[in-house]
Design a protein. Structure first.
Length: 235
């Protein structure tokens, strides 16, 4: 007698059911974060390509300066571990992200780093509560910086709101239209496309130093005013 194969038992119900609307919204948000990260990295890399092509000597000096730093080496490790190169080169290149958005997103982290690494005033003598005051010094300085930034932003928003009144529907505009629009301002050339391969991480670093350079220099420690100033742009 030929033995018959034992039929497999029917598969039981799966543990995971259909995705809920909350799941879809959560993935939509995470997808937006992923796309923004890709757009930011690709934009920085393209600025790095432009710097490497237009100012090779400056690009070389910048990379020689940051290569020994743990932040550079750690960034290289995370860049490879998270496979950000695959993220950047997979699919059609994203549009260039305005540098203002990159600077705005990096403002708070840079302020936090500046507050965390700035030298606190040394106490001349031991006083009661000195250790507690020293521990609270960093969050208080960070809070003051954040409050000052929020106040200046709110003041600017209020100025813009009061300075540009919204016309009422149907109301006649009796104000003088003033002179016509001036000549169109020249737009900055779009950076070249990124180059996948050996230079990709270096291009991201060069682009970061290029885009965030003014923001980083604004938080330079005291005493750094003695370094040579940037050369004036040639006509």
């Amino acid at each position: 007698m030929t033995p018959t194969a034992t039929p497999r038992p029917p598969a039981g119900p799966t543990d995971t059911g259909p995705l809920t609307p909350t799941d879809h919204r959560a993935f939509a948000f995470l997808g937006q974060v992923n796309s923004s990260l890709r757009q930011c990295l690709c934009t920085l890399a393209r600025h790095g390509v432009a710097l490497r092509r237009d100012s090779p000597e400056r690009a070389r000096l910048l990379l020689d300066t940051v290569r020994p730093w743990p932040l550079y080496k750690g960034g290289q490790f995370l860049f490879d571990l998270m496979e950000w190169e695959d993220l950047m080169v997979d699919g059609e290149p994203p549009p260039v992200l305005p540098t203002e958005r990159i600077v705005s997103a990096a403002t708070f982290p840079v302020q936090w780093l500046a507050a965390a690494t700035s030298e606190a005033p040394a106490a001349t003598r031991a006083v009661p509560g000195q250790r507690t005051a020293a521990a609270l010094d960093l969050p208080l300085r960070l809070l003051a910086t954040t409050a000052r930034t929020a106040f200046l932003g709110a003041a600017q928003d209020l100025t813009d709101l009061l300075g540009t009144p919204t016309p009422r529907p149907g109301a006649e505009d009796d104000t003088d239209p003033g002179p016509g629009p001036g000549p169109a301002q020249p737009t900055a050339p779009e950076p070249p496309p990124l180059e996948a391969g050996f230079y990709l991480y270096e291009d991201v670093i060069l682009g970061t130093l290029t885009v965030l350079g003014p923001l980083l220099s604004d938080h330079a420690p005291s005493g750094s005013e003695d370094v040579p100033s940037d050369p004036a742009p040639s006509a």
